[in-house]
Design a protein around this ligand. Structure first.
Ligand code: KIV
Ligand code: NA
Length: 263
């Protein structure tokens, strides 16, 4: 695979092609995913749940994410390495800049931040300093207690309008990518069509520019209830590498997500 950059993702969007993304938290799995052709790897703060066993992402620290970023960076191959900013790293502008700086020094190539239109200033400050940003909207797991659980967002018109509006504001502030989590497929399509930058979806239906899943869900080792939008690619696979390849192929050929995985 040719080295994946933000330009690669934009080119995919312009060409009407999808791209695949997957979480990775260490060198071995990053290597396997990259070798399978996965374009974007995410060191997600989901590591708090799938690696550390917490029931939310809130306990994850900057040091935790830096450690896993250094590990994943050594195996990322030609994939683009996106990294999550942990809970409360956006508590002030200086902290946002310092924490993003630490993640970039650890090997991040794109920083993902949760937050709505109010994050515009922070995103502008980061991009001015050469830190590209992916803005995560819809179901933002760091706000789980405020949202009242892991629930689909934007089912009603008012909230859907707000998410679409926030996506535009954050694109205008400099966000290079938008990620939408758990929104109706119709909203995923509307955001994709309204924006120039690539839109990555998880539980956002088939009509977005890229798809992402948590690695553990792809491998079928999710603990507890599996969300509607995940698919276990291990059932028909020969090995882990093959499961990653099947996921990648299913995204590229638009076989995944199907209607049954969408809201
Ligand atoms: O932390 C994570 O894995 C994420 C994805 C679910 C998008 O933010
Ligand atoms: Na996350």
């Amino acid at each position: 695979m040719k080295t994946v950059t933000l330009s690669t993702l934009s080119a995919h969007k312009r060409a009407g092609e999808t791209f695949s993304c997957l979480t990775a938290y260490d060198a071995s799995f990053a290597r396997a995913a990259s070798d399978a052709g996965i374009e974007v790897l995410l060191v997600g703060d989901s590591l708090g749940m799938v690696l550390q066993g917490h029931d939310s992402t809130l306990p994850v620290t900057l040091d935790d994410i830096c450690y896993h970023t250094r590990c994943a960076a050594r195996g990322k191959g030609s994939s683009l390495l996106m990294v999550d900013l942990p809970f409360m790293s956006n508590s002030s502008l200086p902290r946002l800049l310092d924490d993003a700086g630490a993640l970039m020094r650890a090997g991040a190539e794109l920083i993902k931040v949760e937050g709505e239109a109010w994050m515009a200033e922070g995103i502008r400050e980061l991009t001015q300093r050469g830190v590209p940003v992916c803005a995560h909207l819809g179901l933002t797991p760091q706000s789980v207690h405020q949202l009242g659980g892991y629930k689909v967002q934007g089912r009603d018109d008012e909230r859907a309008e707000q998410i679409l509006h926030d996506a535009k504001v954050l694109q205008d502030a400099g966000a290079s990518v938008i990620l939408l989590e758990c929104v109706p497929a119709s909203l995923g399509r509307a955001v994709r069509d309204a924006l120039d930058v690539p839109v990555i979806g998880i539980g956002a239906g088939p009509d977005v520019d890229g798809q992402i899943l948590v690695m553990h869900d792809v491998l079928g080792i999710t603990h507890g209830r599996t969300p509607r939008f995940v698919k276990n690619f291990m059932t028909e696979a020969e090995d882990i590498q093959d499961a990653f390849r099947r996921y990648h192929d299913a995204v590229k050929t638009r076989c995944f997500p199907a209607e049954e995985h969408s809201f």
